[in-house]
Write a protein that binds this ligand. Sequence first.
Ligand SMILES: Nc1ncnc2c1ncn2[C@@H]1O[C@H](COP(=O)(O)OP(=O)(O)OP(=O)(O)O)[C@@H](O)[C@H]1O
Ligand SMILES: [Mg+2]
Length: 499
Amino acid sequence: MSDETVLLEMNHVRKEFPGVIALKDVSLRLRAGEVHALLGENGAGKSTLIKVLGGIYTANAGEIRINGKPVSIHSVQDAHHNGISVIHQELVLVPHMTIAENIYLGREPVKGNRAVDFRIMNSEVKSILESFELEMKPDEEVSSLTIAQQQMVEIIKALSFNAKILVMDEPTSSLSEKDVGFLFDTIRKLKTQGVGIIYISHRMSELKQITDRITVIRDGEYIGTRDTAAASTDELIAMMVGRQLTNYYTRDFGTPGEPVLEVRNLSDGKVLKDISFSLRKGEILGFAGLVGAGRSELMKAIFGLWPFTGGEILVKGKNVTIRNPDDAMRLGLVLVPESRKLEAIYPEMSVMFNITLKTLKEFIKGLFVDHEKEKAITREQVETMAIKTPSYSQTTGNLSGGNQQKVVIGRWLATKPGILILDEPTKGVDVGAKAEIYGIMNSLVKQGVSIIMISSELPEVINMADRVIVMSAGRITACLPRESLSQEEIMKHATQFII
Ligand SMILES: Nc1ncnc2c1ncn2[C@@H]1O[C@H](COP(=O)(O)OP(=O)(O)OP(=O)(O)O)[C@@H](O)[C@H]1O
Ligand SMILES: [Mg+2]
C-alpha cells in the first residue's frame, strides 16, 4: 500500500510520569479504512498512547502527523478539530446529566435566544438511539443506566463527532453479545467511509474478527506490526509477553468435598427466579450465561448486597442470615465484583490502602499501626498478582486499568476466604495476568477454598470449572458436569428463555 493511504502517524512517542516511563518509543501508522489493533499487556502503555492522541496528555517527545502533516494536539478540543474521537477505557460520562446532554456536552445546539435547544438535541439523539435499536430515552439520566448502556452511550457520543480517526479503548468490556454485534456492524460501515479505527482489546477472538492489522507494544516500546490474517495467536502472545506462554490454563482436578454453600429456592420478585444450587469444598463452580441473565444479582444477593424475598442460604450446612458484606465476610465468604472501577476502587488512594482495606484489623490495634504487617500484606498480593506499580504508595488511579483490577482482587484474597466468588475475574486483564489468575485459582482450590466464577468467556469456564451452572433470564437452566462442557451446550441453555 502506498504511503498516501496513511491517515495517521504517531512517531517515536515518549511519555513520562513521576517514577514511570509509560511510553519509551512507540510508533503507529493507521491507514484510512482500516481497523488497527493496539495490543499489549496491562500497563504496556496502550491507554497512555491513546490519551496522547486524544489530547489528554502531552507527550515528552515524538510527533503526530495526519495525512502527512504534523499536527499539535494539546487538548481534547485540538483532537476533535483534527478529526479524532476517543472512547476511553474509563467511562467519562457525567452521571447526573441526561443521555442527550452527555452526547452534546460542550456543543449544545442553541436557539435564537441562545438558550440550549433541548428539543433538537433530544430528537436527534432519539433517532440515533433508534438507529442502534437501543431501548433508552434521550432524557434519561446516565446514572440510572447499566454499565453496558453507559458504554453504548460513550460509543454513540464518539460516533456523533463524525471523526476520521476513531479510537476505542476496550469498548466491549461490558457489552452484551447483541451490543457487540451492533458495534462491529458500525465499525464495518465506518471502514467503508474511510474512517481509520484504533481498537484496543484483550480479547484475541475479537481482534481476529474485526481488525486488519495489529501493533504490539511492550513496556512502552514498539515491538512490531502484523497483518491480522497472517498472525497466529501464539506469535502475538509471544510478542506481548516477550516469551512463549505455556500452560495457559492450570487446573489439577480433584474430587470436591462436602457442600460449603447451599442456596435454596432464592427469588427476589424481580430478576431472580427460584434459584437452587450448591458449591462444594475445593471446587470451581462456573456460572455461564448472557449479560443480564441475573448472575451478578444472584451473587450480590448471597453477599448481602441485593435484597431477596424468598429462599435460604446455608454455609457449611447451617442456615445463615447475611444482611451485608460484613456478615458474609465473618462467614469466610467474599465477592469480587464485576465493575471493580465503580464498586471497589478508591482511585485517589494508594495501592497499599486499596489492598489492605479489608484486612485493617490485622495491623491496626487501637492507636497502634503495625506498618510492617501492613506492608507484608501488600507485598504478598503485589507479588502473587504481579501488580505492576512503581511503589506501594502510588495513587491507584494512576495504574493501568488491568492493574487496578488486580489490586481489587488482591484486596479480597488478602482476607484468606474459604468461599470466593469472582465476577468476571479476567475481564480487561491481559493474557499473562489471566494465566496468573488461573494459577492462583488452582492453588486456592487445592488448599480447600471453594470458588464460584462468573464468566462470559466460555473457554475459561470450560477449562477451569468442575461444573458449570447456566443461567438464562433469572433462572438456572442447566448444571453441567465437566465431561459434558462445550460452547454449544452452554449457549443452548444460556438462550433457553430468550430465543
Ligand atoms: N497519570 C499517570 N500517572 C502515573 N503513571 C501513570 C499514569 N497513567 C498511566 N501510568 C502508568 O503508565 C503505564 C502504562 O499505563 P497504561 O494505562 O497506558 O497501560 P495499558 O496498556 O492501557 O494497560 P491496561 O491493559 O491495563 O489498560 C503504567 O505503568 C501506568 O501505571
Ligand atoms: Mg488501558
